[in-house]
Design a protein around this ligand. Sequence first.
Ligand code: ADP
Ligand code: GLC
Length: 507
Amino acid sequence: MRVLFVTSEVCSLAKTGGLADVSRALPIALKKQDIDVRLLLPGYPSALAQVERPRAIARLAPLLGISDATLVVGRLPNSDVPVFLIDSPSLYRREGGLYLRSDGQEWADNALRFAFLSHVGAELAMERTCLGWQPDVVHANDWHTGLLPLLLSREGGARPKTVFTVHNMAFQGNFSPEILPAIGVPTDCFLSGNIEYYGQASFLKAGLCYGDRLTTVSPTYAKEVITPEFGCGLDGLLRTRSASFSGILNGIDDASWDPASDPYLPHLFRTGDIGGKKICKAELQREFGLPVRADAPLIGFVSRLTHQKMADVILDALPLIVERDAQFVLLGQGNPELEKDFVEAQAKYPGHVAAHIAYDEALAHRLQAGSDILLAPARYEPCGLTQLYALRYGTLPVVRRTGGLADTVVDTSAATIIDRTATGFVFDNANLISLITALDRALACYMEPLIWRRLQAQAMRQDFSWRSSAAQYAAYYNDLAGAPVPRLRYHVPSEDSALQSVRQAAS
Ligand code: ADP
Ligand code: GLC
């Protein structure tokens, strides 16, 4: 089984969030299932600098007006997974973020940058690059690769089948339909309504419409996104595709996130020998400039600072955390207003609140190891990985009952303490009172060392490795590879009047 795994970010080559973690750990786990998986992603400067043993293997023929692209092959660091990087200086070699300029604005040519990724994916998939390797299945991820299933669906004759995984319905890649000719997408896909989204052309909708098999990253999110509340306007489409759509829970890279061997930690620890966690806590307090106090519960938050992650509600909770004589440490970046507010809160509550506005992989590991409690609430959460890392590090998560958070954390109650299933604290409503009530339950348990140690042991025993989820993906690949090329072209009637007007204009 040969699989081309196409993604816009991979840890440690280029990362903004959980997609990068998945794009590293899942291929490594697939390799262990004897799948010949290879990655394809843009040749960002960080990726070109860090990929192991890079070698230019092909000059790509001009495509979409881009004539400076070379295909580089190398290895994903510390793994045996081959990586193809598209080295196009004009598209990807720039200072700034993967998707945003340094001033926080989206790159103006993002439609072209990621359409190009999909086109190169299609060239590789159809073996037009003559590398002597053709995948049986192409696995595309999120809107950046949404055009790839569309492009492959239009290939005549035999072609690789496609799996399309959506990691977050809110990020859709919607652009003006006027750009379609320039990015090599036939306008009939838009005029039929298949990729049309409120008058715009949606890369995410393309993936959801044309992928042979669709997945998302937890069973609960799979149920949520077929409802208007969570579907971000695409729930109707997903309902029409329900026979091909399912949720597979993300796993974690349990080699990179292991408190018994984590090179970033000041002291290692493991289930049954958790003493080193106390040293990690003291060091974390020191690193954040807080008083080193073993008695004060240390509450951590490592996240994008956004509405999704309820960062605004956490900000409102800070005075209450201080009132309870607990300490709070934050590592995050995102919304500039929230960044400013957290920095101000640090000044307002010295000794209790410390905020580090940055992106820092090593510090994220130390925060997970040194905290007693991890706040990981969310208005919605497709899967969430930070609560999984917390569990492995004996840091009990406080989460909202939504998406993957609901699937991975078992609330603490008298019953779940006794039957040894409790692993954290779960609340229902996305508001301050609900959050603080759950946090209070966590703090009450923290004051009972015997109970706390039992909860930590239970959390650390959880197995969220990729083994079983990777096997589920492998089963889909096998099913698809054996199936004939589907003849059906999904036609999704749009209820949106904007489409009618575009149709009229076109005729
Ligand atoms: P999302 O992908 O929605 O941001 P996840 O929980 O799936 O949420 O994944 C977030 C990933 O990004 C985790 O690996 C987390 O440790 C990491 N992360 C988030 N913010 C930061 C930060 N400021 N510094 C370092 N790592 C971060
Ligand atoms: C997205 C989601 C997050 C998920 C991650 C990896 O960033 O917001 O919940 O864990 O993708 O699938």
